[in-house]
Design a protein around this ligand. Structure first.
Ligand SMILES: N[C@@H](CCC(=O)N[C@@H](CS)C(=O)NCC(=O)O)C(=O)O
Length: 193
């Protein structure tokens, strides 16, 4: 399996985290999105949408969209229970991550971290939605150990990717102790520290 990704991208790191945790063998193919490497003819042949992450197998199959990829890779592992309702509980957080968290937290981080722009130049409406997403997580995690169900899952990995670097987008993690505790737990599980 080949993972095409940029190591600065949380969406790509989700895939790496799941592959490393579950022991899946892969080749990492670096794609530097700042150098438009996701727009070359050879890359567009793998993902016509021009985005990383994308995964390719020797038999010609490809799969894009970080949460679809991690959901597929996690099948049959402890990161995704077999029970359909428990899977749906995880899915609700994967969808929430893409609709209510990533477009705000990750895009503010892109603005500052990738483009080198100042915190003051972030879009107010986007900052507001990012703060709301992190507050929702703080509230949710105040009474639970993990994001979905009783165990560490791909819901945690999906949300971890951009939450752990939210400070690079100008968001304060210091005043969110439950989120911080959860980040530490996830990082320990993934051996990121
Ligand atoms: N919803 C997609 C988002 C993918 C995405 O936005 N990828 C960015 C990097 S994080 C990218 O490839 N940007 C380069 C481009 O759009 O040209 C996912 O979850 O995989």
């Amino acid at each position: 399996m080949k993972i095409y990704g940029d190591l600065e991208s949380g969406n790509c790191l989700k895939v790496k985290y799941v592959a490393d945790y579950t022991g899946i063998d892969y080749d990492w193919i670096p794609i530097d999105i700042t150098q438009n490497e996701s727009r070359t003819e050879s890359f567009l042949a793998i993902n016509p949408l021009g985005q990383v992450p994308v995964v390719a197998w020797d038999d010609g199959r490809t799969l894009a969209q970080s949460n679809a990829i991690i959901r597929f890779l996690a099948n049959g592992t402890e990161l995704l229970p077999d029970d359909p309702f428990k899977q749906a509980q995880i899915d609700q957080w994967l969808f929430w991550e893409q609709y209510s968290h990533e477009p705000y937290v990750a895009v503010c981080r892109f603005h500052m971290h990738y483009l080198g722009k100042s915190k003051a130049t972030r879009e107010d409406w986007r900052v507001k939605r990012g703060e709301q997403a992190l507050d929702s997580m703080e509230n949710h995690l105040s009474s639970r150990e993990w994001i979905a169900g009783e165990a560490f899952s791909i819901a945690d990995i999906s949300l971890l990717a951009y939450t752990r670097v939210a400070d690079e987008g100008g968001f304060e993690l210091n005043r969110r102790p439950h989120v911080q505790r959860w980040i530490n737990q996830c990082e320990e599980r993934l051996k990121l520290k």
